[in-house]
Design a protein around this ligand. Structure first.
Ligand SMILES: *[C@@H]1O[C@H](CO)[C@@H](O)[C@H](O)[C@H]1NC(C)=O
Ligand SMILES: *[C@@H]1O[C@H](CO)[C@@H](O)[C@H](O)[C@H]1NC(C)=O
Length: 356
């Protein structure tokens, strides 16, 4: 109870401060429940705060990383649970050219733009347009209207994210965006960090992971794609067969932070990843309709003040962000991320939980 009132207190402070900027927008926590599966979401950054899932004994635990204090979501650089956009991942040189015009973006990652810039979609207040807590289809719809020129991007863009517990073992995320007047790049990503043994159970190095991708898009020293696709075969990036995250991580500089080019066609809904934790018996399948998935092994987590007094360090959670290939705007050989008024954006993700 003490924790809840602390959270509410932080929300109240946040709410009061943000209220000065926009009297109509309130920050709240919204719970969705379907059987033993339940999640909490906030409209700040359309962020997933918690996901409770049973283990093989039926004991429920929170399997996503998050902050103890709500206020920490306002200035975090780890993007716990948030929706990253307008263009998730990196845009090299913080600029791109579209229809002969060069657009300069806010550079917030050295010379590059990361996750939409200084104040991306992960740091704005979304409007809750539908909310059904339980029953046959618990869901919440969040909307954000991004304006022409926001963080340097062209055109007005209406965005919606729907979280739904479509079954007692399924969480779906549907991200849609509609360009109202100009073509613009759009790449939204759900940035939850998972630890299937429980968010406060240490590192994820013994999680087994399988990624249905034979190639990655390698990056330079600033994590910008070179534009090539290279095979995973014979490298520590090969997860075509299930392997533990830790099996070959020491062969890499700081761990995994790379986009996989999925083998199945781009726009088809396909199985992307399977993660299994043998300690809890929890398995998570991720399905999606995008060409890539960023596998990030939480390399840069550093004494983050987590929920229930947990302190998260490197590799205490992993993120699996389905997406368009990073920096697509600067690589004509990558699948296009350009959205036009005639061709809206739709990104569907489905997480399926089971135990064994
Ligand atoms: C989710 O939110 C509800 C309502 O605010 C709260 O009672 C519950 O403790 C929260 N659950 C978690 C795991 O934080
Ligand atoms: C964009 O969003 C606003 C506010 O939610 C809504 O009134 C408007 O109809 C939307 N426009 C389109 C073209 O969807």
């Amino acid at each position: 109870m003490a924790k809840l009132s602390l959270i509410l207190c932080f929300i109240f402070i946040t709410f009061s401060v943000l209220n000065l900027c926009n009297a109509k927008k309130k920050v709240g926590i919204y719970e969705l429940k379907n059987g033993d599966l339940s999640i909490n979401v906030t409209n700040y950054g359309a962020t997933i705060l918690s996901v409770l899932v049973p283990d093989k004994q039926g004991n429920v635990a929170d399997v996503v990383l998050g902050f103890e204090n709500f206020g920490d979501y306002l200035h975090d650089d780890v993007y716990f649970g948030a929706i990253a956009g307008r263009v998730a991942n990196r845009v090299g040189g913080a600029k791109f050219t579209l229809d002969g015009k060069t657009y300069k973006l806010f550079a917030n990652d050295g010379k590059n733009t990361l996750h939409g810039g200084h104040r991306g979609f992960s740091d704005v207040i979304w409007t809750v347009s539908e909310y059904v807590k339980d029953g046959s289809l618990p869901h919440i719809v969040l909307n954000y209207n991004s304006f022409d020129g926001e963080e340097g991007f062209p055109g007005d863009l209406n965005v919606s994210v729907t979280y739904a517990l479509t079954d007692k073992d399924k969480l779906s995320v549907t991200m849609k965006a509609k360009a109202l007047n100009k073509p613009t790049p759009v790449n939204l990503a759900q940035h939850t960090y998972w630890n299937l043994n429980g968010h406060n159970s240490g590192d994820i190095l013994s999680h087994e992971i399988q990624i249905f991708a034979s190639n990655i898009t390698p990056v330079d020293a600033n994590l910008i794609p070179t534009g090539k696709l290279t095979p995973v075969k014979g490298t520590p990036y090969d997860f075509l067969e299930p392997q533990t995250v830790g099996s070959r991580i020491n062969e890499l500089k700081s761990g995994y932070d790379i986009n996989y080019a999925l083998d199945e066609p781009s726009d088809k809904i396909k199985k992307v990843v399977v993660v299994h934790d043998s300690k809890s018996g929890r398995t998570m399948e991720l399905w999606a309709n995008k060409p890539g998935v960023q596998f990030y092994s939480g390399n840069m987590l550093k004494a983050e003040k987590g929920k229930d007094g947990a302190v998260y360090g490197p590799h205490d959670g992993l993120a699996l962000e389905t997406q368009g290939f990073p920096d697509s705007v600067n690589h004509p050989n990558f699948p296009s991320q350009i959205v036009t008024p005639e061709k809206p954006y739709e990104h569907f993700m489905l997480y399926r939980f089971s135990t064994s």
